[in-house]
Design a protein around this ligand. Structure first.
Ligand code: GCB
Length: 592
């Protein structure tokens, strides 16, 4: 699905701002049929949960309603008119006046509605969006709903971040011509100093297509005709980690000499390959330094915010990070575009987090029921996962910053049924994108001896908390067990291996001269211990600390206003460990 853009044939109106807001009310069964009651307003984009001083809204399980009026520009006569929601977490229903025009399940991917036939240019209409935050065994991520003694519906889930919901990304009204470009795929290669670009274009009608490549200065450097083909760029400027270079692919639909639709897709020329135990970008070994992140800030929840976007990337640069993982869901497209422009490497993760009932068994890893079974996570869950994969890869396939897909975080890959669940998904991901390596982040209970799916993937991403959840405060034992564990994976699979999570909760201002968990010094020593181990292992391709910043979670006795494993606080102040990482990573310079 193409991101809406303004071009010479397309116009774009941003609908962000303050919308009327109401929580579902059994006395108003069809709230879209009139003006929403009450006097609440919600900011878009933002999660709604933390906006209001009302626990009932924060804890609500079910539908909430957003509403505003919109006018279709008079000049859009003859054009197709579309609404596009970058995300409605986790399910959205869109009404134009009284009419349902779109329904979409999946909280972190965009969807749109063609509303041309419901309106005339110049008309004003009532736009109402219902958003549902429920997670079940048929959603990705999964969850379950129970009813408390006093009749309240309560949402539980198996992932460690707060279930923020609402319209956390932008909403758009846009126009495109009747005969239009509907999709573009760009795959890049390099031969010597020549960039080789395989492109393919999908169109609504059979119409001649012209494509042109413009360099960063706007000069045309290559062109071709037809819906698919190969373009070459002589003396190509590569997209490199830390040194981004983007070209523009201008795609035009032609009717004789007339351009009837035009769309510009930025792209970078780079290659990604796993060879032996190396992860290669442009044929050169790449060592990941960085973090698992979250979309999470105070008040906004998961609401996209450009100020935080800029600042977070500044901090990544300051600390010497060259990459991050979009743990545990695909982030707003603005984030990937920014990474494309600034040369930050991204491991793009799906929202498949919590496919693991073993976590309910604490450190035993044995849950109350098997994770994969007809009663627990089943064909319906798998179908939702497959649909989510299709949407993520279709949205993100042209971003040069994205070098690998992580198709799940901490699934029960050690349990029976894991292979049957994941093998078809791996196959699907490879069909959708044969060019990028695949990984998943392996949970503590999945060891090199009992994991059932690692051989299906290209890169081993390992989440481990030696020195935190086990051997708490005993870094000497932690070091021995961590090394043994990682070496086991290396020897069993012979694939590149990276640490996709390691971290220790830390309260800023807590200090100790001892190995004292929660102190700033302990977080530093914990990281140092991990790094000593990584540096002793051949075939190690990277380290992503958990987490970039503190983030909100559901309530728990081991959470203090959320998860405190951030190297930065939630408001992005460095803990002492930020300086430890900075010293190491600016030294490594990504050139390990
Ligand atoms: C994990 C999860 C992550 C949690 C983290 C923790 O293994 O992947 O989502 O936040 O552990 O801090 O417990």
């Amino acid at each position: 699905m193409l991101k809406p853009r303004s071009t010479i044939t397309r116009e774009l109106i941003n609908l962000d701002g303050l919308w009327r807001f109401a929580v579902e009310n059994p006395n108003v069964p069809e709230p879209w049929k009139g003006v929403l009651g009450g006097n609440l307003e919600a900011a878009v984009p933002s999660s709604y949960n933390d906006l209001f001083a009302d626990q009932k809204i924060r804890d609500h399980v079910g539908w909430v309603w957003y509403q505003r009026t919109v006018r279709v520009p008079r000049g859009w006569t003859g054009e197709r008119v579309l609404l596009r929601l970058d995300a409605a977490t986790h399910e959205g229903k869109v009404y134009v006046d009284d009419v349902l025009v779109a329904r979409h399940v999946g909280g972190y991917t965009p969807f749109e509605a063609d509303i041309t036939d419901h309106l005339s240019p110049g008309d004003e209409f009532r736009l109402t969006v219902g958003v549902n935050n429920e997670l079940t065994s048929a959603t990705i991520p999964p969850g379950s709903i129970s009813v408390s003694q006093d009749g309240r519906r309560q949402q539980t889930y198996l992932h460690d971040f707060y279930n923020y919901a609402g319209l956390a990304r932008s909403v758009w009204l846009y126009s495109k011509p009747e005969r239009h470009i509907s999709d573009i795929t760009v795959v890049t290669g390099v031969i010597g100093r020549t960039g080789v670009i395989d492109y393919s274009v999908e169109t609504s009608h059979k119409t001649p297509v012209r494509v042109r490549v413009l360099d960063a200065a706007g000069h045309e450097v290559s062109s071709a005709e037809g819906t698919q083909g190969t373009l070459t760029i002589e003396d190509v400027s590569l997209w490199r980690p830390g040194v981004a270079y983007l070209y523009n692919l201008v795609v035009e639909l032609l009717d004789g000499e007339d351009v009837i639709d035009s769309y510009t897709e930025p792209f970078g020329v780079r290659t990604v390959e796993v060879r032996g135990t190396q992860f290669l970008i442009n044929g050169e070994p790449f060592y990941f330094t960085g973090f698992g992140k979250h979309e999470d800030t105070a008040v906004r929840g998961k609401g996209h915010d450009n100020a935080y976007l800029v600042h977070d990337f500044q901090l990544l640069d300051w600390v010497g990070a060259n990459s991050f993982r979009t743990s545990h869901y695909p982030y707003a497209e603005e984030v990937l575009e920014f990474a494309d422009r600034h040369g930050i490497v991204v491991v793009d993760e799906t929202a498949a987090v919590g496919l693991n009932l073993g976590v309910q068994g604490g450190l035993t890893g044995v849950g109350p029921k098997p994770t994969f079974s007809p009663e627990t996570f089943n064909h319906e869950t798998q179908a939702a996962h497959a649909q989510h994969l299709r949407e993520v890869i279709s949205r993100d396939k042209n971003h040069p910053s994205v070098v690998m897909w992580s198709i799940a975080n901490e699934p029960a890959s050690n349990e029976d049924g894991a292979r049957e669940f994941f093998e078809p998904l791996v196959q699907l991901a490879r069909e959708l994108d044969p060019t990028r390596p695949l990984t998943y982040a392996a949970v503590m209970f999945a060891t090199f001896q009992n994991d059932k799916i690692a051989d299906l993937f290209d890169v081993l991403s390992i989440n481990r908390y030696y020195g935190w959840y086990i051997f708490t405060g005993d870094l000497q034992s932690a070091e021995i067990y961590l090394e043994r564990d990682l070496r086991g994976w290396v020897e069993a699979f012979g694939k590149p291996i990276m640490m996709s999570e390691y971290g220790a909760d830390t309260m800023p201002g807590q200090h100790s001269i001892w190995d004292m968990p929660w102190s700033e010094e302990y977080q530093q020593s914990f990281l140092d211990m991990n790094h000593r181990v990584f540096d002793r292992i051949d075939g190690f391709v990277g380290e992503h600390v958990w987490n970039f910043a503190d983030f909100q979670t559901s309530n728990g006795i081991h959470r203090v206003d959320g998860n405190r494993k951030g190297v930065f606080s939630r408001d992005r102040k460095p803990k002492a460990s930020a300086h430890t990482l900075r010293a190491r990573w600016t030294g490594l310079n990504g050139a390990k």
